[in-house]
Design a protein around this ligand. Structure first.
Ligand SMILES: Nc1nc2c(ncn2[C@@H]2O[C@H](COP(=O)(O)OP(=O)(O)OP(=O)(O)O)[C@@H](O)[C@H]2O)c(=O)[nH]1
Ligand SMILES: [Mg+2]
Length: 204
């Protein structure tokens, strides 16, 4: 038989798809991160930073930045044959906060990107996920020239729960970003397992 699908061929597995948010302060590298790993051409919603936005857009520390995300970034990565992640990058500026609840619907977990030169910019994202019990990891985007701190110092500065993973990464590097994403998925799965066990224990 030449034509037709070989019956010996393994049936393709239907992959599990998970939604991961990429959050963090203005210009910390969210769009860069999604673009670095996405296997589809990432959807971007970049707009030029305008003269009109100057009073409200804090470009301090990211003076070279000319565009900003106004709705979201979207990308996809197959981590394993049976595991596909959909990545949603959030807009970094405060005036787009109203979009977050929409984007957070159904998310398994989140990456909070941080820059050691402006660590306080990620406080709001950390608070957001803590308050909603959405598992997250903190990934420090190691910009050239930014001070390097041990992950323990960052975790302490952000007052994180001890189980929240903190990693150093390069948002431009595919392998580096993949490690971050694997950490988020593992953390979220471990958390849901322990919550499930706690619920079963409480019910018996
Ligand atoms: N040196 C260096 N530059 C980076 C890195 N990540 C991002 N950049 C640069 O930093 C700038 C900001 O990156 P974006 O990815 O647009 O940041 P963002 O978080 O999406 O920004 P908003 O959507 O405006 O909040 C861009 O010019 C990037 O090229 C990094 O790891 N190292
Ligand atoms: Mg962006």
């Amino acid at each position: 038989m030449v034509f037709g699908r070989s019956s010996r061929k393994k049936r393709p597995v239907e992959p599990v798809t998970l939604k991961i948010l990429v959050a963090g302060g203005f210009g910390v590298g969210k769009t860069t991160l999604v673009g670095a790993v996405s296997e589809i051409r990432p959807l971007r919603t970049e707009e030029t930073l305008s003269e009109a936005g100057r009073p409200v857009d804090d470009t301090h520390g990211v003076e070279a930045k000319t565009t900003t995300t106004v709705a979201m970034d979207f990308g996809r990565i197959t981590l394993r044959e049976d595991l596909v992640l959909y990545l949603f990058g959030t807009p970094g500026q405060d005036r787009f906060w109203f979009l977050w609840d929409e984007l957070a619907q159904g998310a398994l977990g989140a990456v909070v990107l941080a820059d050691t030169r402006r660590l306080e910019d990620c406080f709001a994202a950390v608070d957001y996920f803590e308050r909603r019990n959405i598992p997250f990891t903190v990934a420090v985007n190691c910009f050239d020239g930014a001070p390097r701190h041990p992950v323990e110092t960052i975790a302490a500065a952000l007052d994180l729960d001890p189980d929240v993973p903190v990693l150093l990464c390069d948002a431009r590097g595919r392998e580096s970003v993949k490690e971050v994403l694997i950490a988020v998925v593992e953390h979220a799965l471990a958390l849901s397992e322990s919550r499930r066990r706690a619920a079963t224990a409480a019910a018996t």
